[in-house]
Design a binder for this molecule. Structure first.
Ligand SMILES: Nc1ncnc2c1ncn2[C@@H]1O[C@H](COP(=O)(O)OP(=O)(O)O)[C@@H](O)[C@H]1O
Ligand SMILES: [Mg+2]
Length: 259
């Protein structure tokens, strides 16, 4: 009797990996399209073509193609960063100081929209062993989402605290549009966005979740429609990283070295 092999011969790619592969494949043709657009724009400046009646229409058309290609490039870049294996470099981090710097950065744009960002930072917050650029990327995204949810005139509050079971928490709360109950699950899935075309890609929160889980933490959300939304990021003080993801990293490395 024939015995089935114990392990399947195919390597199944996760959604992240698959979208990364696709993004990578699309990146090259997009680069060529950009070069061709530049060439057409150059040709359109030549005397014979400038005299042509349809030259202006052609130029408009090419400009539109250029804008849409740029949009594709942004999506491709986000997909690539989503698929990239994250290898945290842990160090002692003063999360309050990190949060303060981000608040100062986002406040510049927020002030123009009459949005104030307040902080309630726990003074004696313990040091957190984590990866500062990754945590920065997540908190910045949560702040940008909060500003977008308010649009104009509102308040964002950033709170830090320590939990008795060894975690630091950072909460970003806004009094913006809120999230309907039926969307609370969907917001962490790739490409889910309620923002107008060209404004949202729906890749922000899925990336935030991937990063935080990789750092051994959790991200959660609470919201009341039309009133407020609060995202809470929970990070282990001791900087444990997700072991399963380490396994992924090793697999990807060996797969890469076979190419
Ligand atoms: N602070 C918030 N308030 C209300 N809705 C939010 C907030 N943050 C995220 N969302 C919802 O979650 C969706 C997904 O967010 P995200 O993954 O960052 O993608 P994007 O910002 O590109 O739409 C948003 O389109 C929005 O509907
Ligand atoms: Mg976003």
């Amino acid at each position: 009797m024939r015995k089935e092999p114990d392990t399947a011969p195919e390597v199944f790619l996760s959604l992240d990996q698959l979208s990364g592969e696709i993004a990578h494949e699309i990146n090259n043709p997009l680069g060529i399209i950009v070069q061709e657009i530049e060439w057409i724009q150059h040709l359109l400046k030549s005397d014979t073509l400038t005299e042509c009646r349809e030259a202006e229409d052609l130029k408009d058309s090419v400009r539109e193609i250029e804008a849409q290609v740029q949009r594709c490039k942004v999506i491709v870049q986000r997909l690539l960063s989503l698929a990239r294996q994250i290898e945290p470099v842990l160090q002692a981090v003063n999360v309050n100081a990190l949060a303060e710097k981000l608040i100062a950065l986002v406040s510049i744009e927020a002030r123009e929209k009459n949005i104030s960002i307040q902080n309630r930072l726990k003074p004696d917050l313990p040091v957190v062993y984590t990866d500062p650029p990754l945590v920065r990327q997540v908190l910045l995204h949560l702040l940008v989402n909060a500003v977008q949810a308010i649009e104009r005139d509102g308040i964002i509050t950033v709170t830090t605290s320590a939990t008795p079971d060894g975690f630091a928490e950072v909460a970003v709360e806004d009094n913006g549009c809120g999230i309907p109950q039926q969307n609370l699950e969907k917001i962490f899935t790739p490409f889910f966005t309620t923002k107008p075309e060209g404004k949202g890609t729906g890749l922000g929160l899925v990336t935030c979740r991937k990063i935080i889980e990789r750092l051994g933490g959790r991200i959660s959300v609470q919201s009341e429609m039309g009133k407020c939304t609060m995202f809470t990021v929970r990070l282990p003080l001791t900087g444990q990283v997700d072991k399963e993801d380490f396994h992924d990293v090793e697999q990807t490395k060996s797969a890469d070295s076979r190419r």
